[in-house]
Design a protein around this ligand. Structure first.
Ligand code: PHE
Length: 344
């Protein structure tokens, strides 16, 4: 119960306008809320447990309703103050500071903003957005992706294993590629999807790496898809997101689940190609892996590689944010220093 209530309370407290509050209230207290769902589960309990849980839910609801009412009052007051200020002054004289003092409003973390921007670029190209679980079985994270047990390529991903089931059978996904498998299992081609999500690798954080990071996977499966489609998609993405003066290049690469495979690199925006710590003095920064879906992957999910072909890519979302906003050291993304967060 504690977490349910806390999440709802946080959401209510974070609502930045009356309109947003109304939405949050519906989500937190309405028919389709987690609270209502918990209520429905009461029926399955025995009478004593039901009474206790029922009372806890009722009390939580009462507290949340009081919170919502208090927040509504605050917001209405802030909005009224803002409106009065506007009426009194020429609009151009209401400074950002005045608005801020009338109402403190949070914002989305840079990584979330970046994820949404990247999604928008791909949605504009006709992709849908999908998601998948962060804990995966070895099958999804590795085997179905043509990485059998003990395959040397496994060392490309330093893996966190969960203590669930047999040893080393459940992992925190090391990439978003396992969602390719889920999507192909979910229904027949065609697939045109991007999949954003959090990934985990056992490595030490440095200027360019975080042990918990985000990727945006892409998967296209259709008839007659070629490497040209892949290269064109990457190029369209690069200019749409970074602007025309940032160049990208594809270098031959290796991934067990794509053939041929390539690495996407862009000009290092920190040093503009001159060489610096962020790009290990190369002038280029790796942003993505990509390639044509390997027939072995199609076979693992029962798709006929003679009829269908496809490409896949996986971008680092944090890396995109770093390059776009010229952030020398990625670790600031996890420090939650408000002076940094407020910049975006
Ligand atoms: N999953 C790969 C990685 O994390 C990136 C990738 C995705 C490569 C899709 C090819 C195709 O390293």
């Amino acid at each position: 119960m504690g977490r349910l209530e806390r999440d709802a309370a946080d959401a209510l407290a974070a609502a930045a306008s009356s309109a947003e509050l109304a939405e949050v209230e519906t989500a937190a207290l309405g028919k389709r809320s987690a609270l209502a769902a918990a209520h429905r589960h009461l029926a399955a309990l025995d009478p004593d447990a039901r009474r206790a849980a029922g009372k806890a839910l009722h009390d939580a609801r009462t507290r949340l309703e009081a919170l919502a009412a208090a927040r509504a009052e605050e917001l209405v007051a802030a909005e009224r103050a803002l409106m009065l200020g506007r009426d009194r002054l020429d609009l151009t004289e209401v400074t950002a500071d005045e608005i801020r003092s009338a109402m403190t409003r949070g914002r989305l973390h840079l990584v979330t903003q970046t994820r949404r921007e990247l999604e928008d670029v791909f949605v504009a190209m006709g992709f849908t957005v999908a998601e998948g679980p962060e804990a995966e079985t070895d099958w999804y994270n590795f085997e179905a992706l043509n990485i059998p047990p003990a395959h040397p390529a496994r060392s490309m991903w330093d893996t966190f294993y969960l203590e669930l089931g047999q040893p080393e059978t459940v992992v925190l996904r090391t990439h978003t590629s396992p969602v390719q498998i889920h999507l192909m299992e979910d229904g027949p081609p065609p697939v045109h999807a991007v999949i954003p999500g959090r990934c985990y690798r056992r490595e030490t954080a440095d200027a360019r790496h975080l042990p918990v990071f985000h990727q945006l996977e892409g998967l296209v499966v259709d008839r007659g898809i070629t490497f040209g489609d892949l290269a064109g998609t990457i190029e369209t993405f690069t200019t749409a997101y970074f602007g025309p003066d940032i160049h990208s290049r594809l270098r031959p690469g290796y991934f067990p689940f794509t053939e041929p495979s390539a690495e996407v690199e862009v000009t290092c925006t920190i040093c503009r190609g001159a060489g610096c710590r962020t790009c290990s003095s190369t002038g280029w920064v790796e942003l993505a892996g990509c390639g044509m879906v390997d027939p072995a992957v199609f076979e693992a999910v029962g798709i006929d590689p003679e009829e269908w072909s496809g490409f896949a890519f996986g971008f680092g979302i944090d890396r995109c944010a770093q390059m776009r906003h010229v952030i020398a050291d990625m670790r600031v993304l996890t420090e939650n220093d408000v002076r940094f967060l407020r910049l975006f």
